[in-house]
Ligand binder design. Sequence first.
Ligand code: PHE
Length: 453
Amino acid sequence: MSHNRENFGSLTTAIFAMAGSAIGLGNIWRFPYIVGEYGGAAFILIYILATMLVSLPIFVAEVTLGRRSRSSAYGSMQKLRPDDRRWKLAGIMSVLIPMVIVSYYSVVGGWSVDYLGKALASEFISEDPSTVSSLFGDFISNPWLPLVMQMLFLLATLVIVALGVKSGIEKFSKYSIPVLFVLILVMCIYSISLPGAGQGVRYLLHPDFSQISPRSFAYALGQSFFSLSLGAGTIVTYGSYMRSRENIIQTSAGTAVSDLLFALLAGLAIMPAVFAAGIEPGAGPGLIFQTIPYIFSSMGASMPVVGTVISVVFFLTVVVAALTSSISLVEVGVAHLNEKYGLSRIKACIVVFVLCSSLGVLCSLSFGPLSSFTIFGKTIFDFCDWLISNMMMPLLALITTLFIGFALKRSEVRDEITNSGTVNGKVFPVFYFILKWVAPVFIIVIMVTNFIL
Ligand code: PHE
């Protein structure tokens, strides 16, 4: 039941929407602590190579799949190869994966909303530094507050999605992406100007290869998948909203470069401040929620107004970046319910809200009352994140590369990517080779490494 499909209005807005999906908590919350844990500057080099050589071609493949089929992720492969039912599994995965991601992503989204509130109320400034670092523990073990914040975050996401592809998603991303870059630049300048920040900048720029382990490779590729929203149905769905005259390679490269740049800027905004305050860079997932407020409190005490403004800038960046990504996750389910069952966007949003908030509550409570409930030794939140980002996303990305590389004809893929030969197709053979022979091998290697390490 296909309804009038909306499209992104131009090449720029398509890039903004896709960059909105890509730039998110993955860049600001996950990237800095993973860099801290898996090898600093040397890890960053591997990450850049992984993004350009492996993730970018897969990104192109997902956009191509979406635009060729003009269907959301669920039906895309079936629509292009209706006789082959094996691809149906990929359709099911592509609806389930984003729903599970939203369930735990909204937990961290909720924390960010709460921290934005705390920043606005100057809470990090008035407290003495030692009590500020315990704020996080007190907050996440509270049974109610994180849930309320998570629901607020989910509702905000759904309101934007309910407004539609053009008036909701495209408009929100179009204004947010430039604002995000300005905000993160302000943070970088502040952070680099702090006394003692030089050590943090050096940490990000001078690679020390002795810090690299086999895990660093697997995490670099895994992080680059997560950050580019690959293997989650979102890029296929957004690709289906791209107009046929737009250049797929340009859009994909524009998105990958913006995402990479934003991750590096986030590293530059966070690490120098972390070093300036004498905190360990490998502090784990709590890095931005524990150390950043601590830094504001210790440094803002002499200049409370500056401290308040910068902490608001920081957490506003986190909230907006998280929202532009979560709308892309929710859109996959909403588009599917709309296409397959003819549900209006508003009704589809309600269904998605009920499903995601049910699992989401469990993910949130796994930091408090449900912390002792574990699956394979992991809390519900950690298990969902581990299963999805280390296993399911690479698996769906693998199926997608196999579909584009082997189920579709080379000429069909070439036609879609070069807009029937009207745009320059020089890079096509390189892209096609990587997609068919290199990317699948890399994905299998990460999955195996993640499994055995
Ligand atoms: N790329 C987003 C981020 O970096 C997360 C995401 C993953 C969004 C998968 C959509 C799909 O935060």
